[in-house]
Design a protein around this ligand. Structure first.
Ligand code: PLP
Length: 407
């Protein structure tokens, strides 16, 4: 058993040691992959006690698995939460929170710019079950307050919006919500710890697409929900393991446990690279605007400095000028993205590799131009997830790519 006292330990120590103890069977230091669907009991009495929860243990991997449990302890420790449930995907986490905590007749306030699939669940699925949803800009406190109704049960938003990087003041939203008994849920996928700790700022529930920074290696689809034991138990039992069955795979949990050990190092590097690339992009004459919370030109720079722990992450978006040497910006964006050599053209984010995409022709191509514009996604916008490569090489890659725009 672990000799380490993790009470008050630093983030780096928690990232390596929390949740992981040498295996009871052989003393394996790395948590083994318990790749099993079921667990055997010595006697019927033991099975009975484990099923009823009278004694701790595992019965069937949809309901609980030792590798998943180790990851849950680690993620809970890193977010500073009491408990965590890991899921098969980020959407498994979103669905688990909504199904686990809401009922017919409830009202939800959802941020007006959320992940595409979350938007579909909020807009189309919840209404089928009698839950009402209003979409509000959660950066606008007056609009938020005005949207609260007697049956409002949840305020849901993403810490930083995609792709225009608007930051919600979690403390202000939580103060307002808690005065009215409303739960605050935030999707912290874009600003994971140690960049941002939403629970410390008052949020009740945090969720992640672990597919992104939490695993950080681009080789897993998974999710997590963190909060107090009561909420997480409800989400786990009612939504994740029973109704949706969106339990994480032990193999993926093993990979995420490994990925998390370098979380602090990775996030530091993502932040340093992100800031360097954002500052470089601001100097490029073809670039009209850069959306990145760490730039002084960003209207939320002060709030970002208060909320984010000296790290503004690796995600940004930028817009090209409307007319570049007679070329329209839609064409110009495609040319620049195609000319990049280090950055891979791909959706997702938080990987070691730098990823670039053109939302107007990729992720948001099925929206009308008007709907896109309303969401802040113009034809001239490029989204970037800066990876862990050497920043000089990333900047040089952009320098050579922008040459395609020369006359
Ligand atoms: C990717 C993502 C999700 C969905 O996660 P999956 O792991 O793809 O299911 C949810 N929220 C945000 C902000 C995301 O970026």
């Amino acid at each position: 058993m672990s000799k380490i006292d993790l009470e008050g330990a630093g983030f780096g120590t928690l990232a390596i040691h929390a949740g992981q103890e040498p295996d009871g069977m052989y003393g394996a230091l790395a948590t083994p992959i318990y790749q099993t669907s079921t667990f055997c009991f010595e006697t019927v009495e033991e099975g009975s006690a484990k099923f009823s929860g009278e004694i701790p243990g595992f019965c069937y991997s949809r309901g609980g698995n030792p590798t998943n449990a180790a990851l849950e302890r680690k993620i809970a420790a890193l977010e500073g939460g009491e408990a965590c449930v890991v899921t098969a995907s980020g959407m498994g986490a979103v669905g688990g929170v909504l199904i686990g905590l809401l009922k017919a007749g409830d009202h939800v306030i959802c941020g007006d710019c959320v992940y595409g699939c979350t938007d579909v669940v909020m807009r189309d699925t919840l209404s089928k079950f009698g839950v009402e949803v209003d979409f509000i800009d959660t950066c606008d406190m007056a609009a938020l307050e005005a949207a609260i109704k007697a049956n409002t049960k949840m305020i849901y938003f993403e810490t930083l919006t995609n792709p225009t990087m608007k930051l919600t003041d979690i403390r202000a939203v939580s103060d307002l919500a808690h005065a009215k008994g409303i739960k605050v849920v935030c999707d912290n996928t874009f600003t994971p710890p140690p960049e941002l700790f939403p629970l410390k700022l008052g949020a009740d529930i945090v969720l992640h697409s672990c597919t992104k920074y939490i695993n950080g290696h681009g080789d897993v689809i998974a999710g997590a929900v963190i909060g107090n034991l009561e909420d997480i138990t409800l989400i786990r039992k009612t939504a994740v393991t029973k109704i949706c069955g969106s339990t994480a795979s032990p193999f993926n949990s093993f990979l995420i446990l490994r990925g998390l050990q370098t979380m602090e190092l990775r996030m530091e590097r993502h932040g340093q690279n992100g800031l360097a690339v954002a500052k470089y992009l601001e100097t490029v004459p073809y670039v009209k605007k850069v959306y990145y919370p760490g730039l002084e030109s960003n209207p939320q720079y002060n709030l970002a400095n208060e909320m984010l722990n000296d790290n503004f992450g690796g995600i940004m978006a930028f817009e090209l000028n409307d007319d570049i040497n007679g070329m329209d910006s839609f064409t110009a964006c495609k040319k620049v993205v195609n000319a990049l050599k280090i950055a891979s053209i791909a959706v997702s984010l938080g990987d070691p590799e730098t990823l670039v995409q053109h939302p107007a022709s990729m992720t948001h191509a099925n929206m009308s131009k008007e709907a896109r514009a309303e969401a802040g996604i113009q034809d001239n916008l490029i989204r970037l997830s800066v990876g862990l490569e050497s920043k000089e090489d990333l900047i040089a890659d952009f320098e050579q790519a922008f040459k395609v725009l020369e006359k």
